[in-house]
Design a protein around this ligand. Structure first.
Ligand code: MN
Length: 158
């Protein structure tokens, strides 16, 4: 957080609404490369980093129209609040439409992927443990298994 006149960090970081994405003052935006990655059109901002007083991280991801987050699973869980736009949330064997203010929980070891609508962004807050395992990505066999589910066939991106 930025220092004020006394040099102490300010407790407030202002919100900035830009057409290309929600932003907060003094929060860095991470853009994932356009190609060679498992997600498409996603930015990430860490709003609150984990520390000894609060061992959790609050991030904001924004997926631009037509984009999607990586299909992954891991032991740690996500508590998600949709903040902007519309799209779909794949969790386990379900794909559900989501809109602003909906809540999404991803349990341990459960496949998940967030997709923006073709004509709207999808922005969401995502709460995670600071100390967490790395995501794992689907193998060819996993994809084969996932696509046996008619709900997921043709829907997953990987
Ligand atoms: Mn995840």
């Amino acid at each position: 957080m930025g220092p004020d006149r006394t040099g102490a960090p300010s407790p407030v970081r202002g919100f900035v609404h830009r057409d290309e994405g929600y932003r907060w003052n003094e929060v860095a935006v991470k853009e994932y490369p356009a190609t060679g990655t498992v997600s498409r059109n996603v930015t990430k901002q860490v709003l609150f980093e984990a520390d000894e007083n609060l061992p959790a991280e609050l991030r904001y991801f924004e997926v631009s129209p037509g984009g999607y987050s990586a299909l992954e699973r891991h032991e740690h869980v996500h508590a998600v609040l949709i903040l902007r736009g519309t799209g779909t949330a794949l969790v386990g064997d379900e794909v559900r439409p989501v809109q602003e203010h909906d809540l999404v929980y991803t349990p341990p070891h459960t496949w998940h992927q967030f997709r923006a609508a073709p004509d709207a962004p999808l922005g969401f807050l995502c709460l995670v443990n600071g100390d967490r395992d790395r995501p794992s990505r689907p193998t060819a066999t996993d994809v084969e298994d996932l696509e046996k589910n008619p709900v997921l066939k043709g829907v997953i991106r990987y």
